[in-house]
Design a protein around this ligand. Structure first.
Ligand SMILES: C[S@@+](CC[C@H](N)C(=O)[O-])C[C@H]1O[C@@H](n2cnc3c(N)ncnc32)[C@H](O)[C@@H]1O
Length: 404
């Protein structure tokens, strides 16, 4: 591991946030004052609501219709072991686990990742904080022990929402996942990222850092997937790179096909629910997929908003849902009615819209929960990829009996 990477990871810790790779933008005094004024006004309004002084009537608390677990019936263990890098709150981990893989270990530099994963699966071995820093690990220790390696390295270097500095961004950890694959030599590796990494801008980066780096050792497929095509009530396009050591496994691999359809172009597929239907909100004659949910750790400051653009705010407006000032739970959301009367989202709602079972133990504070959720891979999409990888490695789908 290059020592400079360890230094960079430590440097982020010093910036005073629990997300060591988070890089807030430098703000002018004017911008900072504006943010402060908004925060103070919204905290005052929230305090009033908590004291029962809300002028608008409370919303009834809805009961969600959507249960992401139905999209991921638990498959029998397939005998393959998995290692998870950059695990976050476990989007990829849930998908691989429910598709029958057994995790050997999960790594993330965030202590919050460990809290969530340990609470969800006390039997999982999670390395977090300094112990979870992937730049410090010698992956040869896993040689012969793991069948697949999966991970979604930080997306900020490639995201349209950021500066797209690629390898010049110190958060670029794609080479670390490739190093892990070359050292541990699993039968397959799965690398996920934002669709920005699949654009022309990063074509030479992808060639050099992924394809050329593994040449002669792995055969690599790459493809884009849309979360809504797997029943998730959100537009969220992601790129996957799936590498196989064995050419026969590579040839057998088929990228997952859509299981659901939002626009009903394919009427043979079940419909993906819109936000209102998924969350159990009363019908208003219009519904839509959630625009891509943004992480609470992107942008100039930590945030409790999941809006990633003016266009997406318009889309939330059209379905009368308020995506700013996300509440810690449904009771708090119902008590703190948005000024325009729109339905205020809670952490549980955002989890559902990302395809997480609402029992998954992602806890407040809200910005951290949204940081983890907005960074994650939608579990049903991860499940589809995991099932395709298992098939390529030799598991027949019919023998992967669902157990739940
Ligand atoms: C895009 S998120 C991955 C989310 C995860 N795949 C999921 O589905 O929930 C990237 C993760 O990389 C982690 N990370 C960043 N630098 C790291 C490092 N040096 N070592 C380990 N994890 C790191 C971050 O804490 C973050 O959770």
């Amino acid at each position: 591991m290059p020592p400079s990477m360890a230094l960079k990871a430590k440097m982020y810790v010093k910036r005073g946030t629990s997300a060591p790779w988070y890089k807030g933008r430098d703000l002018t005094d004017e911008q900072r004052n504006k943010f402060r004024a908004t925060t103070i006004a919204s905290q005052a309004a929230k305090a009033k609501a908590v004291n029962g002084e809300c002028v608008l009537p409370k919303h009834p608390i809805p009961v969600a219709t959507f249960n992401p677990l139905t999209l991921m019936p638990e498959m029998a263990k397939n005998g393959f072991s998995a290692l998870s890098m950059f695990s976050g709150c476990g989007g990829l981990d849930i998908g691989f686990d429910r598709a029958g893989f057994k995790h050997v270990a999960s790594y993330d530099i965030l202590p919050e990742a460990e809290e969530v994963l340990n609470a969800a699966h006390p039997d999982w071995k999670v390395f977090a904080g300094d112990n979870g820093d992937v730049t410090q690990v010698n992956w040869k220790q896993y040689r012969g022990e793991i069948d697949v390696l999966h991970g979604g390295p930080p997306c900020q270097p490639f995201s349209h929402a950021g500066h797209q500095n690629g390898s010049d961004d110190e958060r670029d950890m794609v080479p670390e996942l490739i190093r892990a694959a070359l050292e541990a030599k699993p039968r397959a590796f799965i690398l996920e990222n934002v669709s920005g990494l699949a654009t022309k801008k990063f074509a030479s980066y992808v060639k050099k850092v992924i394809f050329d780096a593994v040449e002669g050792q792995y055969h690599v497929h790459s493809f884009l997937l849309e979360a809504a095509d797997f029943g998730v009530p959100q537009r969220r396009k992601r790129v996957f790179f799936v590498g196989f050591r064995n050419k026969a496994d590579f040839d057998r691999f088929e990228r997952p096909l859509p299981t659901h359809s939002w626009d009903r172009n394919d009427t043979n597929l079940p419909a993906t629910m819109g936000v209102r239907e998924a969350l159990g909100l009363p019908s208003i004659g219009v519904d839509a997929l959630a625009p891509t949910i943004r992480s609470g750790w992107t942008g100039p400051r930590h945030t409790t908003s999941i809006v990633n653009s003016a266009t997406s705010m318009k889309q939330w407006d059209e379905i009368a849902v308020w995506p700013n000032g996300v509440a810690a739970d449904r009771e708090a959301a119902a008590a703190f009615v948005a000024k325009n009367g729109h339905f205020r989202l809670s952490i549980q709602d955002c989890m559902l819209l990302q395809g997480f079972p609402e029992s998954w133990p992602i806890q407040r504070p809200v910005y951290k929960a949204l940081g983890l959720i907005g960074n994650s891979v939608a579990p049903p999409m991860a499940y589809a990829v995991a099932a395709s990888v298992a098939e390529a490695l030799g598991i027949k789908r019919s023998s992967a009996q669902a157990t739940a």
